[in-house]
Design a protein around this ligand. Structure first.
Ligand SMILES: Cc1cc2nc3c(=O)[nH]c(=O)nc-3n(C[C@H](O)[C@H](O)[C@H](O)COP(=O)(O)O)c2cc1C
Length: 395
């Protein structure tokens, strides 16, 4: 992160999640309602566990805004955990409550549990799982909404849809999708419980989730997130950590349970000859300047670590949820004996939610790269900088 910084804090069953985001210019219009709309999108989805019914996340903006607009100071956000009342002693910060609930001693394969207790010298796995839980991503979605608001102000739109759950696939040739096609798919996905743009495929996915639920296992899947209206030249080729593809891969991989990230045609690029997968360059439709035209987007909108004016397109893969009703083999860390892993109420499939979190992370990284390029302490200053750049390159 070069211009925008953020941190989140909070345990899954603690009092609240908090976040601070710094670097948003002054005079951006923002409301709690705008952020809440994104929080609501994260909570939808077929195959979610009981927790989604308890939560009904609402953000409180504590600082950084006055009379509906940002003032350039850090924006502090708060999301209260709705079932805190049931955990006040179990998750108390006060030593007087020690032992109020039994320790968790059965690490779940596929989770942070075992490595976490060893690394942090803990005897109760709860001290690890409370923070490794994807509950934390609610705050990332809230911070992502702030970034998204800024991008939207400058005509950059973010979207996404789910492309597979387990073996069930929604087939799509991403390299052939222009901005309009991508948004049409995302709009369709918005009306679907699983965020899939095709009802027939969605029904098969639902059946797969029902089978998994019945038999006590979980399912992963893949999704696409994208950004359109992105100006040429965000990110840079000059240093590894400035490359936008690298920054995006880290941000998306930083979401719990995401195990692979592709930019554009990704792995498919390695299987096809170079003659087929470079996006050839055609003169601008206006006939002047450097805002060229392309017929394909295998590069996913990024060449040499910089945006090239085409939609930024990313696909990611989520592994199945580790906690499963049919328990896996583990050991009890207090006795060393072979047992079955602990089961806490859990999602069967969270791929749709993961896609919303990925939209948030994409927004944050793009907002950072946008501010790095166009800077400014107020929105008006950023607008002037963008306008002057666009007039230079459009000829
Ligand atoms: C939206 C979302 C919801 C999740 N829900 C659960 C869950 O209910 N139970 C669970 O065990 N893991 C869940 N996970 C996955 C774990 O958080 C993740 O696998 C774990 O933190 C270990 O990290 P790793 O898979 O990246 O190694 C969820 C992940 C995401 C992104």
């Amino acid at each position: 992160m070069f211009k925008l910084r953020f941190l989140t804090a909070g345990e899954s069953h603690g009092r609240a999640l908090t976040g601070i985001v710094e670097g948003i210019p002054a005079n951006l219009e923002l409301t709690e309602q705008y952020i809440n709309t994104q929080l609501k999108r994260r909570q939808r989805g077929y195959g979610r566990g009981g927790r989604m019914k308890i939560e009904s996340d609402r953000v409180e903006i504590l600082s950084g805004l006055r009379w509906g607009k940002t003032i350039g100071s850090p924006i502090a956000l708060l999301i209260r955990n709705r079932d805190w009342e049931n955990w006040q002693e179990g998750m108390s910060i006060d030593q007087a409550h020690q032992g109020a609930i039994p320790a968790v001693t059965r690490p779940r394969p596929g989770h942070a549990d075992l490595a976490g207790i060893i690394k942090y010298n803990q005897k109760d796995i709860r001290n690890i799982l409370e923070r490794s839980s994807a509950r934390e991503t609610a705050m990332r979605v809230a911070i992502g909404a702030v970034a998204r608001r800024l991008l939207e102000h400058f005509g950059i739109k973010i979207g996404g849809f789910v492309t597979s759950v387990g073996q069930e696939q929604f087939e799509i040739e991403l390299a052939g999708c222009d901005a309009l096609k991508l948004h049409t798919l995302a709009d369709k996905a918005e009306d679907s419980d699983l965020r899939v743009p095709d009802e027939t495929v969605e029904n098969k996915m639902k059946e797969a989730i029902d089978r998994a639920k019945k038999d006590g296992y979980s399912l992963g899947g893949t999704f696409v997130v994208f950004a359109t209206g992105v100006p040429v030249g965000l990110g840079s080729h000059i240093q590894w950590d400035r490359r936008l593809d690298a920054r995006l891969a880290q941000a998306i991989m930083g979401i719990q349970a995401i195990k692979a990230v592709e930019i554009g045609s990704g792995f498919e690029l390695s299987r096809r000859p170079g003659s087929e997968v470079m996006d050839e360059i055609y003169p601008p439709e206006s006939g002047k300047g450097l805002l060229v035209h392309r017929k394909t987007n295998h590069a996913g909108g990024i060449e040499g670590g910089m945006t090239n004016g085409m939609p930024v397109v990313i696909r990611a893969a989520m592994k199945p949820i580790p906690t499963q009703a049919r328990p896996l083999k583990s050991i009890d860390i207090s006795t060393g004996e072979q047992i079955e892993a602990a089961y806490e109420r859990s999602d069967v499939c969270a791929v749709p939610a993961a896609s919303i979190i990925a939209e948030a992370m994409l927004s944050i990284v793009l907002c950072d790269a946008f501010l790095e390029k166009f800077g400014g302490d107020s929105i008006e200053e950023t607008e002037t900088n963008l306008k002057s750049y666009l007039s230079r390159i459009s000829g």
